[in-house]
Each structure stands twice: as structure tokens, then as C-alpha cells.
Design a protein around this ligand. Structure first.
Ligand SMILES: [Zn+2]
Length: 144
């Protein structure tokens, strides 16, 4: 028996996929939709697995503070290297990440790197699945 709680969140984020054969190699952005799925065996005395507000105050806030209205670029991306070399003011709003920022890898990063430090402190409450939707037709998820 397992309870599951879902919360959705939206953010505008720029990215590109270096080496992609199609349009994704170009710098562009999405109105990303994130779906967080929390799972646990028991609810508290109020019948709550995890307060929706706790998800908002942790995972959603982290995205707003770190990625919303910014561009995330892989540390191996030549564009990032160029921007760094030129010390361009365009670096403002560019966030370097250690992974190629596909929807799949963004979901994995949120589960493996972000959630353990800011969310899983709620004992027995773990972010089990994260879905990252780039368009109405395209999404990817990572699940532990
Ligand atoms: Zn894209």
C-alpha cells in the first residue's frame, strides 16, 4: 500500500543540446512543466502524506531561484566556453550544469542531486519520480 502525491510547477528556461542533429542544437527555451511525485507508506494524523506547500517551498522554489528565466548550459558546451572567455555580460542569467540539459538529464539531476539536500529531509518522504515536459507532446522522466 502506497500513497502518492503529485505537484506540478512551471518555469521558463533556456537550453541547447550540443551535438544534436536537429533543431535542439540551437539555443532556445521552453515553458517547462515539472511534475514531482512523492511516495510513502503512511499519512500523518491529518491524512496527509506531504503538504503540497512543502513541495512548493522546496522543489518549486529551488527551480524558481536557480533556473527560472535563465539559460542552463552544459559545462562542456562550446558556447559556454566562449561566453566565459569573453567575460561577456551575456553570462548574466547563464547557469553552468554538469550534464547535457536534456529533459531526461534534468529530471535525473532533480532527483539525484537537488531533492536529497532540500526535500528528502522530510523523514520517509522521498521524491520518487520527476517528469520534465518540454512541449505538449514531449516529456521525459526519471524514477528511483
Ligand atoms: Zn529544447
Amino acid at each position: 500500500m502506497t500513497f502518492k502525491v503529485y505537484r506540478e510547477h512551471w518555469a521558463c528556461i533556456g537550453h541547447r543540446i550540443p551535438g544534436h542533429k536537429g533543431k535542439c542544437k540551437n539555443l532556445h527555451g521552453h515553458n517547462y512543466k515539472f511534475t514531482f511525485e512523492i511516495e510513502g507508506p503512511e499519512v500523518d494524523e491529518n491524512g496527509i502524506l506531504v503538504d503540497f506547500g512543502d513541495i512548493k517551498d522546496t522543489l518549486c522554489k529551488w527551480i524558481d531561484d536557480n533556473w527560472d528565466h535563465k539559460t542552463i548550459l552544459w559545462k562542456e558546451d562550446g558556447l559556454l566556453m566562449l561566453l566565459k572567455q569573453s567575460e561577456s555580460p551575456l553570462m548574466y542569467g547563464v547557469v553552468q550544469v554538469d550534464f547535457c540539459p536534456t529533459a531526461e538529464k534534468i529530471a535525473e539531476y532533480l532527483i539525484r542531486t537537488v531533492a536529497p539536500t532540500i526535500f528528502n529531509e522530510y523523514k520517509g518522504r522521498f521524491l520518487m519520480k520527476c517528469t520534465v515536459q518540454e512541449t505538449e507532446k514531449c516529456s521525459a522522466s526519471y524514477e528511483v
